[in-house]
Design a protein around this ligand. Structure first.
Ligand code: PAF
Length: 286
């Protein structure tokens, strides 16, 4: 694996891979790799001839400066992990190269960026995500790009942006990877205090309670969410949102009739965690 920092070097590597008709896969990340990231890289390795992993802690998507300052960073360890997962290129650009002086162009995906994370983090968050993902697509020119289902709203936003702007990239959304106790893997998990880390698996248990309620025949969204809310209350979790929304527009649903996203965000001190589950009464549980 090679580590590249400039777009010119990256483009030369892509051109060389394309010379042999290679399929280019991009895994956009902000580093602090865990098994969730590595599963995306391994999936890219299965499908693509050249796997590019971008590592860029994107300041434009942090609406809380403290969150940006705390974000875990260890490029040397990330490079080792990315190589072990089959990456060919680790692309780690400098902030000044991604956002040159006078940078003034942004990509905004209306609608799906507004609810849930958009309410809590502000519209600037997804504007930052959409802008940097567009730039990374232009830099790496991938055929395929890989995102995690844990960030369900982000994945929907990227799909919408690719469709609306006719970006020539196939988006693949890969399953959430969980710790043995159910906690969704996240770069922020390492920042949890021991007691918060012990309570955090209640997020996954709450989602399971909703999935179970729907599987048992509950169709009323408030009552289904209530089953999960009881789990969260018992664990003393400070919720930011816990919602049943449509999977195409993220609009609240009252009746769970088709595929529905159950999404939650919770705060453990200064650390926010998100998680989600898909429910569909028409699809029997695996
Ligand atoms: O999911 C992330 O790590 C980031 O939001 C992304 C997609 C790499 C954009 O900075």
């Amino acid at each position: 694996m090679i580590v590249l920092r400039s777009v010119a070097e990256l483009r030369a590597a892509v051109a060389a891979a394309r010379g042999g008709q290679g399929r280019i896969g991009l895994v956009p990340t902000m580093g602090a790799f865990h098994d969730g990231h590595l599963s995306l890289m391994r999936r890219a390795r299965e499908l693509c001839d050249c796997v590019i992993v971008s590592l860029f802690v994107n300041p434009a998507q942090f609406t809380d400066p403290g969150d940006l300052a705390r974000y875990p960073r260890d490029e040397a360890l990330d490079a080792t992990l990315a190589e072990s997962a089959g990456a060919d290129v680790l692309f780690a650009p400098e902030v000044r190269d991604v956002y040159p002086p006078g940078f003034s162009t942004h990509v905004e995906v209306l609608g799906v960026s507004a609810p849930l994370e958009g309410v809590v983090r502000g519209t600037g968050h997804f504007r930052g995500v959409a802008t940097v993902v567009t730039k990374l697509f232009n830099m790496a020119q991938p055929d395929d790009a890989f995102f995690g289902q844990k960030d369900a709203q982000q994945a929907l936003l990227v799909r919408r942006m690719v469709r609306d702007l006719d970006l020539p990239v196939r988006i693949e959304v890969c399953p959430t990877i969980r710790e043995p106790d159910g906690l969704a893997m996240s770069s922020r998990n390492v920042l949890l205090l021991p007691d918060d880390r012990r309570r955090a698996p209640a997020l996954a248990r709450a989602l399971t309670a909703v999935v179970d309620a729907v599987a048992a025949g509950e169709r009323d969204a408030t009552r289904a969410l209530g089953a999960g809310a009881a789990v969260l209350r018992a664990a003393g979790i400070e919720l930011e949102y816990f919602a049943a929304v449509s999977t195409d527009a993220l609009e609240p649903v009252n009746v769970i009739a088709g595929e529905t996203l159950i999404a939650l965000a919770a705060r453990f001190g200064r650390i926010r965690l998100i998680d989600n589950a898909l429910v569909d009464p028409a699809v029997p549980r695996a």
